[in-house]
Design a protein around this ligand. Structure first.
Ligand code: GLC
Length: 631
């Protein structure tokens, strides 16, 4: 049984200490927010997590004085945003919301290049832009920027901090919220804290998990998973300067922070608020599941992770309430709902629905939607002001392991061989349309799959074969997956390049700095030539036009609001997914290679994606979809 944290009975908010000289209106606002609940939650969680530790009282005082100081320096425009969002806290559940995720350099070269491409994002209908890590990373290998050397400096190759702040402002003025990664599980091994630890400073040595020998690491290792089993096996790295073993869940140069140390909490909470002050409106909490370590467990999803999240959310709710927290917890679905919070307080506003994404790919390979239907049926209804982030691809591999619980099968579903699915996308089966590659999978093992969506859907193969029918089917498959992401209730997020069917980037194979890391296969540079004239680069024009049309239809459909009720209907055919949103909208998605006739339960309906189609029954072509509206 997992241990739980008992809340301190009857904890109430202590007074909020505020610096003298603070603008009285701001002081009143902060105090009101503090007293509305977050103050009590923060005090309770901080006490439970750290009350027994030396220095906890000093850490608490430092936390509050830093937070108040940062609130005093927060841009008036952001204070205004805080107030506006307080009036409409569910703003991001709107069907007009669309996300877009990209690396700064791959999309625009630097911050100014991204600014120059805002019109492209607006043309797509994007309202939330997730820029992958742009802070100063360590030199050399840095896990695509996820090894951060300095949270207060940007990567100089991308521009300056002022450029970033200017970009955030320009985006906001264009109706787009900027999102950024907050890498809080680990720092780079050349971050100032790690450097100080190596130099023998005990304060900073205590920022990390450092062990003099293998005894404790070996005990932990017995139950720990491997994130990069081929390129970074094991979870601990021997560091010569420390003459000790340091916890490194990901790469050896990413040192896990010790969140049981109150000084780590204070330092990272301040980092969060400083990032928010730069105009970042959505914080992607990277690798959040890994923050707390407990022997005998997989050291993921521990109760203390949720206590930390409640404390961070409370801080945000007082000092930067316009900001959203997004959980990057790539864990089986049953472990996800707690990341939104519960009776003990709210946690994140958003969380990646990786099981849904992965199940959609599995169903596409199998031509059978049983897995997808099960995931959707089991997807819980969320509380008010919470939403899934739905997506098709991102900068990471498709990690099959999140589906392990569903893959064993259930009362209504047969078991699924994820090894077969992974093999299908690696293109190793004669009947496959996909051009992907296994990621971190030793012979036949099931770990992940790399590849751009277009190539995983067969666009590359169809192009090479010069086969127009195969091409049309591959395009349908790509749009089918985006259709599910747009209809099932959440904030759908495009991955850069998918809108113009950009394929795999094979160039990384020849780059000695990247070739060991298969995820670079799906991190190409944006092809602006193709974007400028998509019809000259088939099938980019068709993909772009149809995707834009889907976004436009979605925008006006209140049935596709993230919180609108969702129900999986019995389709009578295993290749169909039929999803009702309320009683006015039915999405019909055909994951199989044969056309299927579908008759909605009652009444006459019309297809929002094809104005000419209406009636009592519909033929859904292979890999086709209908968005049916009643009437
Ligand atoms: C997240 C990122 C991934 C990175 C890892 C370690 O999962 O998405 O790209 O490798 O965290 O920071």
């Amino acid at each position: 049984m997992k241990p739980t944290i008992e809340p301190t009975p009857g904890a109430t908010a202590p007074p909020l200490p505020l610096p003298s000289g603070l603008d009285p209106a701001l002081a009143a606002t902060l105090t009101a927010r503090w007293e509305a609940g977050p103050g009590a939650v923060l005090a309770r969680e901080f006490t439970n997590l750290y009350g027994h530790r030396d220095g906890a009282a000093d850490a608490w005082n430092a936390l509050l004085s830093t937070a108040a100081g940062l609130a005093a320096r927060r841009d008036p425009e952001l204070h205004a945003l805080d107030a506006e969002r307080a009036q409409r806290p569910d703003w991001f559940l709107d069907p007009g919301m669309l996300g877009y995720s990209t690396y700064v350099d791959r999309f625009g070269g630097g911050f100014s290049g991204v600014t120059a491409r805002i019109d492209w994002l607006q043309g797509l209908g994007v309202r939330y832009l997730h820029l992958l890590p742009f802070l100063r990373p360590r030199d050399g290998d840095n896990d695509g920027g996820f090894a951060v050397s300095d949270y207060d400096e940007v990567d100089p190759r991308l521009g300056t901090m002022d450029d970033l702040v200017g970009l955030a402002r320009r985006l906001r003025a264009s109706g787009i919220s900027l999102g950024a990664d907050l890498v809080l599980n680990h720092t780079a091994d050349d971050h100032a804290w790690a450097v100080a630890a190596r130099a023998g400073d005990p304060r900073y040595r205590a920022f990390y998990h450092v062990y003099p020998d293998r005894e404790v690491p070996d005990r932990f290792e017995a139950t720990l998973p491997q994130i990069f089993p081929l390129t970074a096996p094991g979870n601990f790295t021997h560091d010569a300067a420390l003459d000790a073993w340091v916890w490194t869940t990901f790469y050896p140069f990413q040192w896990d922070l010790d969140w049981s140390n109150p000084d780590v909490f204070v330092a990272m909470a301040a980092t969060l608020l400083r990032t928010a002050n730069r105009g970042v409106e959505v914080l992607r909490l990277d690798s959040i599941a890994f923050l707390w370590k407990r022997q005998g467990t997989d050291c993921m999803n521990q109760p203390e992770v949720h206590a930390i999240l409640r404390a961070l959310r409370a801080l945000v709710d007082v000092f930067a309430p316009g900001v959203l927290l997004k959980a990057e917890a790539i864990v089986p679905m049953r472990d996800l709902p707690p990341y939104f919070g519960g009776a003990q307080g709210p946690e994140c506003h958003l969380a990646y629905h990786s099981s849904l994404m992965t199940a959609a790919w599995a169903s596409l390979a199998l031509g059978d939607t049983a897995m997808l239907r099960r995931v959707l049926r089991d997807t819980p209804t969320l509380g008010p002001c919470c939403s899934w982030l739905t997506y098709v691809r991102c900068h990471d591999d498709i990690g099959w392991k999140v589906l392990a619980p569903e893959a064993v099968g259930g009362d209504r579903e047969p078991p699924v061989d994820l090894g077969w699915v992974a093999g299908f996308y690696a293109g190793s089966r004669a009947d496959s349309f996909a051009d992907g590659r296994p990621f971190q999978s030793a012979d036949g093992g099931v770990h992940g799959t790399s590849g751009m969506a277009a190539d995983l859907c067969g666009i590359g193969r169809a192009q090479r074969a010069g086969d127009p029918r195969a091409m049309a089917e591959a395009v349908d498959r790509l749009l089918l997956l985006y259709g599910v992401a747009m209809c099932c209730g959440g904030l759908p997020t495009l991955y850069m390049g998918d809108e113009i069917a950009l394929g795999n980037d094979l160039a990384f194979d020849d780059d000695p700095g990247r070739r060991h890391e298969g995820r670079w296969l799906h991190r190409p540079a944006m092809d602006w030539e193709r974007a400028a004239d998509p019809h000259a680069h088939a099938p980019a024009g068709v993909v772009l036009a149809r995707l834009r049309a889907m976004v436009a239809v979605r925008r006006d459909q209140s049935a596709l609001h993230a919180a609108a009720p969702r129900r999986v209907l019995d389709a009578g055919n295993p290749s169909l997914l039929v999803l009702a949103r309320g009683d006015q909208f039915i999405g019909v998605f055909n994951f199989g290679p044969r056309a299927v006739r579908f008759a909605p339960p009652v009444d006459s309906w019309h297809d929002l994606l094809d104005a000419s189609v209406r009636g009592m029954s519909f033929v859904v072509r292979p890999w086709g979809q209908c968005w049916l509206e009643r009437g």
